[in-house]
Write a protein that binds this ligand. Structure first.
Ligand code: ATR
Length: 277
């Protein structure tokens, strides 16, 4: 159990709309319980028209920090005192830290994704990675992969006009991808919301997948998306999006508490919550 809330308890939150199904409170509670951190974490539903006041409320209320989720990641970046270089490049934040009286925004989804690759021993350095999607999540992953030494990053997206700006985030390591690149990839990252909930769609031709590949879906609900089921049936290694979610939560926890994040406990709590009853 986490310590009981007291006058000394520090508070953090995630803001989004909708946000009531967020796993982040469960993950942070597990981290607080495992480390004894006196941190309480709540999910707050914030409407678009209230976003500025909500972000500034972080300072007024003295929260240690705030995670920002859909649909506010882009607009919230405009209400902060400072942004990391990466947040500025991506034009989005998912992690806000109160530094003295300044609200500092960062984009840590990509770093969380790389942490998950390390945790699960997925070799991407010098390898070929195909990223499906060119939205906010895909862009943060592309930038992080390029930074972390991926050999070639190919970008695949339903709307071709969005591919160029996403490729640019990978610098010389990136280019637009085609079917041959999906077949030749060592790692395929599904970075769209396709396959979430009851959606049975698969955003690529599953017959391009094969043994020897690792297929990662950033979706974690359901735990096994239709894409991951198709990939497993063809002999590929599969990973869902829980690793990335926990990875970015671990970064925030460490930043806000100064403690080492208990990643295994955080993962276990998220998985337990998703699979319970
Ligand atoms: P997020 O922040 O979750 O990445 P986003 O920025 O709105 O959300 O990006 C959504 C991504 O999912 C885009 O790459 C989008 O493709 P388009 O650029 O063609 O819109 C992709 N996407 C969403 N629904 C899709 C679908 N049904 N099939 C294929 N791609 C889809």
């Amino acid at each position: 159990m986490r310590p009981p809330v007291s006058g000394r308890t520090r508070l953090a939150a995630v803001i989004g709309d909708p946000v009531r199904h967020s796993l982040s409170p469960v993950i942070f509670d597990a981290a607080a319980a495992a480390t004894g951190a006196d941190l309480a974490y709540v999910a707050l539903e914030v409407r678009a028209e209230d976003l500025r006041e909500a972000v500034e409320g972080c300072r007024a209320l003295g929260l240690v920090g705030m995670n920002v989720t859909s649909p506010h990641k882009e607009r919230a970046a405009g209400f902060l005192d400072a942004l990391s270089d990466l947040a500025r490049r991506l034009g989005a934040v998912n992690c806000v830290t109160l530094d003295g009286t300044r609200l500092v925004g960062d984009s840590t989804d990509g770093a969380g994704f790389i942490a998950a690759l390390r945790h699960d021993q997925v070799d991407h350095v010098g390898r070929r990675v195909a990223v499906v999607g060119a939205g906010g999540a895909a862009r943060s992953i592309i930038a992080a992969l390029a930074e972390a030494g991926t050999g070639l990053i190919t970008v695949h997206n339903r709307t071709p006009s969005k591919v160029g700006p996403a490729v640019d985030l990978a610098g010389l390591r990136g280019r637009p991808g085609g079917e041959d690149d999906l077949r030749a990839a060592d790692v395929i990252v599904q970075a769209t919301s396709v396959g979430m909930g009851d959606d049975r769609a698969i955003p690529l031709d599953p017959d391009l997948l094969h043994a020897g590949q690792t297929v990662i879906d950033i979706v974690y609900h359901p735990i096994e998306t239709p894409l991951l089921a198709a990939a497993a049936a063809r002999g590929a290694r599969t990973l869902n999006g829980l690793g990335m979610l926990v990875g970015q939560a671990a970064i925030a926890f460490e930043r806000w508490t100064g403690l080492l994040a208990p990643v295994e406990e955080m993962r276990r709590a998220a998985l337990h919550h998703l699979t319970r009853g």
